[in-house]
Design a protein around this ligand. Structure first.
Ligand code: ADP
Ligand code: MG
Length: 431
C-alpha cells in the first residue's frame, strides 16, 4: 500500500487539534451551535485566510466531532450550476438520514470564475437562501469583487497565517510520531519557506523523509525548493531557468498563472537572453518547438491526455542533461489537472479514481481529488516502478494509470506486468 500523505494522516480529528486559530474556532463553533438549535444569524459562513492554515481541517474536524454528515464539494465540482443544484441543493433541502444533521462545504469558492462559470455564483446564493443545513464556504481572498454578494450573505470568519513557531511545533510532533531524527535548523528552514502554509510544510517534511530518516538541514536543502505562488511571468522565468530538475521546471510551469500559449511565448522570447551557449540554445528551442507541436495536436484533437507530454517538453528547456531525481512537488491543485479535468471522459476516470482512493484512505472523494490525486500524479510521473506498486495495491485500471502517469504510462504498465508475473492487463475492467 502506498504511504498515506501526511497531510491526511495528521489532519486534525477534533476541533481541539486545529492549532492556533482560537478566534476563528470560537466564532465558527458559536455559529454552528446556533444552527444546531435552529437559529442561525447567517445561514452560511465564509472561512477565509491563506492556504494551509486549517480552514478545511476545521470544518472536517467539527463535522466529525458533532457527528454531522459532511457534504464536500471542491471548486472543480461546483463550477456548474447544475452540479450545485444536483448535489448541494438536494443535500441542503433534505433532512439527513443517518446522522443528526449535516454541513455542506463548498471549498475554495474563489476558484470560481465570474465569467467562465456563469451561474455558479448565483446558484450558491440560491443555495444559501433555501438551505435547511449549515453551508460553509472557504476562500483565500474573500475581498475578490466577484464574491461581493456572497460575502454579504455570509458570516465572515478570518483565519490567520500560522506563525513559524507553530509550524515548527507541528513538524516536530510529526517527526516524533514517525520516528525521525530531526535538526531544529532543518525544521526551521522548512517552516521559513512555507510562509505559514502548514500543508506545504508537512509535504516538504514528508518529501525529505522519503529520502532519509535523518532530517538535517542539508537533507532539507537538497529536497525542498522555494514555493511557487502566483508568479508573474518574470518570476516564472527566473524560477524556470534556475531549476535543477525537470520536475522543478514542470512544477513551475504548472503553477504559473499564465495560460499555456502565453507561457510558450514568454519562454521563446527570453531564451536567447538566458542561454548564450549555441548548443544549449538549440536544445532549448528544440524542446520548445516540440512542446508547441504537441500543444497544437492536443488542441486540434482535444486529446488532453497528451498534455503531460507538452509539459515535459516545455520543462526540458530548463534542464540540459540532468536526470530527474525527483522526490516531491507542491500540493496545490495544478492547473494542468484543471485543464485535464475539463474533458468529460477524463473527469469520469478521475472521479472513479477518487472513489477508490477515498474508500482506501477513508476520506471524502473531494479530498481525494484535491489532495491525494495531485500527489499520486507526481509519483506516477516520476517513479514508474513505485507507481506500479501503488497501482497494484489499489487495483487501478489502465485508464486510471494513464491519467496519473501521463507519458510514463507504458513504463508503469511494464512494471505492473512484472509484478503480476502474468503479462495480462489490469483486473478492474470497467473504467
Ligand atoms: N491550524 C491547523 N491545525 C492543524 N493542522 C493544520 C492546520 N492548518 C493546516 N493543517 C495541516 O495542513 C493540512 C492542510 O490544511 P487545510 O485545513 O486543508 O488548509 P486550508 O486552510 O488550505 O483549507 C491539514 O491536513 C493539516 O495536516
Ligand atoms: Mg482547504
Amino acid at each position: 500500500m502506498p504511504e498515506v500523505p501526511w497531510i491526511i494522516k495528521y489532519r486534525p480529528k477534533r476541533v481541539a487539534e486545529v492549532v492556533d486559530q482560537d478566534e476563528a474556532k470560537n466564532e465558527f463553533i458559536a455559529w454552528l451551535n446556533k444552527w444546531l438549535v435552529g437559529k442561525p444569524d447567517k445561514k452560511a459562513a465564509l472561512l477565509h485566510g491563506p492556504p494551509g492554515c486549517g480552514k478545511t481541517s476545521l470544518v472536517e474536524a467539527a463535522a466529525r466531532e458533532y457527528k454531522l454528515e459532511l457534504i464536500e464539494m471542491n471548486a472543480s465540482d461546483f463550477r456548474r450550476k447544475e452540479d450545485i443544484n444536483r448535489i448541494a441543493k438536494v443535500a441542503a433541502t433534505k433532512a439527513s438520514l443517518f446522522s443528526r444533521g449535516k454541513i455542506i462545504l463548498l471549498d475554495e469558492v474563489d476558484g470560481i470564475s465570474a465569467t467562465a462559470d456563469k451561474g455558479a455564483l448565483d446558484a450558491i446564493l440560491d443555495l444559501i437562501n433555501v438551505t435547511r443545513h449549515p453551508i460553509v464556504l472557504t476562500a483565500n481572498d474573500p475581498w475578490d469583487p466577484k464574491l461581493k454578494t456572497l460575502r454579504e450573505n455570509c458570516k465572515l470568519i478570518g483565519f490567520k497565517r500560522l506563525p513559524k513557531k507553530t509550524v515548527i511545533s507541528v513538524l516536530r510532533m510529526i517527526c516524533q510520531r514517525e520516528g525521525l531524527i530531526c535538526e531544529y535548523a532543518a525544521l526551521d528552514y522548512i517552516a521559513e519557506r512555507a510562509e505559514g502554509d502548514l500543508r506545504s510544510a508537512i509535504n516538504d517534511l514528508q518529501a525529505v523523509a522519503a529520502t532519509t530518516k535523518k532530517i538535517t538541514l542539508d537533507a532539507v536543502k537538497a529536497v525542498v525548493y522555494s514555493r511557487y505562488r502566483e508568479y508573474n511571468p518574470f518570476e516564472m522565468l527566473r524560477k524556470l531557468f534556475t531549476s535543477k530538475y525537470i520536475w522543478q521546471a514542470k512544477s513551475i510551469l504548472s503553477s504559473s498563472n499564465l495560460d499555456y500559449d502565453m507561457m510558450m511565448q514568454w519562454i521563446a522570447e527570453n531564451l536567447p537572453n538566458q542561454y548564450s551557449d549555441p548548443e544549449e540554445l538549440w536544445r532549448a528551442y528544440e524542446a520548445l518547438a516540440r512542446a508547441d507541436q504537441y500543444m497544437g495536436r492536443i488542441i486540434k484533437t482535444q486529446s488532453w491526455d497528451l498534455l503531460a507530454y507538452a509539459m515535459d517538453m516545455a520543462a526540458a528547456v530548463a534542464v540540459a542533461q540532468k536526470k530527474p531525481t525527483y522526490k516531491f512537488v507542491k500540493y496545490n491543485f495544478p492547473q494542468k489537472i484543471m485543464l485535464l479535468a475539463k474533458t468529460k471522459e477524463v473527469r469520469e476516470v478521475r472521479d472513479a479514481l477518487a472513489k477508490i482512493i477515498a474508500s482506501h484512505l477513508h476520506i471524502s472523494s473531494a479530498t481525494a481529488k484535491s489532495e491525494v490525486i495531485p500527489y499520486l500524479k507526481v509519483i506516477f510521473e516520476s517513479n514508474p516502478k513505485y507507481a506500479a506498486r501503488i497501482a497494484l495495491g489499489l487495483n487501478l485500471t489502465e485508464s486510471m494509470i494513464k491519467y496519473l502517469a501521463g507519458n510514463r504510462f507504458k513504463e508503469v504498465l511494464n512494471y505492473l506486468k512484472k509484478y503480476r508475473g502474468t503479462g495480462g492487463s489490469t483486473h478492474r475492467r470497467s473504467k
